[in-house]
Design a protein around this ligand. Structure first.
Ligand code: 5GP
Ligand code: ZN
Length: 121
């Protein structure tokens, strides 16, 4: 879509620090990270918000969500277990939707935010 920042990033006309790409998805580093790991997962096709998704996007959304733990593993913020089986590590996944949801860029994206509870600072 014309004048959409993330469509331009998907098309390569605006540069980004890419960490993953396939035929449907692109993942790149957030330009203003709020944590040691802050990635944005986007579909290459333009969808403005989560509320614009229909049953047609179920597969795409599932693919995006299933990619999150793989990226977390690659970027050192996966959920691990200590020798007593207690979990440690981890990350936050976030989809801001609409003005009241704090969405700034109107091209669907999932934030993957990893670090030591960066959201509590
Ligand atoms: P939202 O508030 O819409 O959920 O998140 C938009 C995110 O996009 C913000 O975290 C912001 O830092 C990021 N962002 C905005 N412009 C750019 C850009 O040009 N490049 C990259 N890599 N990230 C951007
Ligand atoms: Zn777009």
């Amino acid at each position: 879509m014309e004048n959409c920042l993330f469509c331009k990033i998907a098309a390569g006309t605006i540069p980004s620090d890419k960490v993953y790409e396939d035929n449907e998805l692109l993942v790149f580093k957030d330009i203003s990270p709020i944590a040691p790991v802050h990635l944005l997962l986007i579909p290459k096709k333009h969808i403005s918000t989560l509320s614009d998704c229909t049953d047609h996007e179920t597969g795409l959304l599932g693919k995006m969500l299933a990619l999150v733990p793989k990226l977390a593993e690659q970027h050192g913020c996966s959920v691990k277990s200590d020798n007593k089986g207690s979990p440690y590590g981890g990350y936050k996944t976030l989809i801001n939707s609409g003005p009241d949801g704090g969405q700034e860029v109107y091209h669907l994206h999932i934030h993957l935010i990893g670090g030591t509870k960066p959201w509590s600072k």
